[in-house]
Design a protein around this ligand. Structure first.
Ligand SMILES: NC(=O)c1ccc[n+]([C@@H]2O[C@H](COP(=O)([O-])OP(=O)(O)OC[C@H]3O[C@@H](n4cnc5c(N)ncnc54)[C@H](OP(=O)(O)O)[C@@H]3O)[C@@H](O)[C@H]2O)c1
Length: 254
């Protein structure tokens, strides 16, 4: 029986685990960073918490006799992705990255693409605007440097401490979010700029489509550089990859 470790924290990781859960030829473990207070239920056994860098992950792969590693973390989890690639290379455990395709701008979109959070803060400009931050809570603090804006901030868990600006409202919610609901939210809060990550997939695309329809500008954070490992765009492709990956070689040292 092959033991598969899925690095998760995304809906695709959960869906992949669901697709593999009943397979008698596989043992599947899903790993979460442990960031969210109330993580979604998972269809396979879960382990929680960091591994302790690439070294810790390599040791885990060996100790748990992992046969295949699936990096199904979010496309902005660049540190974990780098550690996964390094640990897999070192232990000779086959790896595949499950990554949603990035969104691309289409007619009607008004995107300003930026490389990092500093760029996103700068792209808001000096004139006060009503801004919807839909980037998770980890990097929200950088927007304290642009306290002239009104912020609406949505995250899965509360932003603690709150953003140090005079005007900020908070929504704690987990996707998926429909275009209709996103459109109503943008109108209700009279949003002028949406700040988003290029997450790809359907679950959070509603705000992008709603912004397009309403003529609202989107400041889009470009994806970080990710390691060059075999990749699958969809859960189905990842399953196909897993079914064709050669059996681990005896000399891989795990
Ligand atoms: N970044 C985003 O925008 C975003 C959005 C949605 C969901 N997520 C999910 O949230 C989690 C954390 O994301 P992040 O951006 O903070 O990651 P990150 O910056 O790339 O990772 C930081 C550290 O968190 C630990 N870690 C991350 N993912 C892990 C996993 N699946 N299992 C065990 N440890 C993990 C690792 O600690 P050690 O070095 O100690 O192993 C890693 O070095 C990930 O599971 C990701 O899929 C992230």
């Amino acid at each position: 029986m092959r033991h598969i470790l899925i690095l998760g924290g995304t809906s695709e990781a959960r869906q992949l685990a669901g697709r593999l859960a009943d397979r008698r030829d596989l043992k599947v473990t899903l790993s979460l960073a442990g960031r969210t207070a109330h993580p979604a239920a998972q269809p396979v056994p879960v382990r929680v918490g960091g591994f302790g860098g690439a070294d810790g992950l390599a040791a885990y792969l060996a100790d748990q006799r992992i046969d295949v590693l699936v990096d199904a973390t979010h496309p902005y989890a660049a540190t974990m992705a780098a550690h996964a690639a390094e640990a897999a290379a070192r232990t000779k455990v086959p790896i595949v990255a499950l990554r949603r395709k990035a969104w691309t701008a289409i007619a009607g979109d008004n995107w300003t693409e930026v490389d990092d959070i500093g760029g996103a803060v700068a792209a808001l400009g000096a004139t006060p605007r009503r801004v919807f931050l839909a980037i998770g809570r980890k990097e929200v603090g950088a927007f304290a440097a642009a306290s002239q804006h009104d912020y609406l901030i949505r995250s899965v868990d509360p932003v603690e401490p709150p953003l140090d600006v005079p005007r900020a409202a908070y929504i704690v919610a987990r996707g998926p979010f429909s275009e209709g609901d996103e459109s109503a939210l943008l109108k209700q809060h009279r949003i002028e700029v949406v700040v988003a990550k290029n997450s790809g997939g359907k679950a959070t695309k509603g705000k992008i489509a709603a912004a397009r329809a309403l003529g609202i500008k989107v400041v889009m954070l470009r994806r970080p550089a990710l390691p060059d490992v075999p990749a699958a765009d969809t859960v189905q492709d990842a399953v196909a990859w897993l079914d064709h990956v050669p059996a681990p070689s005896a000399d891989r040292g795990v």
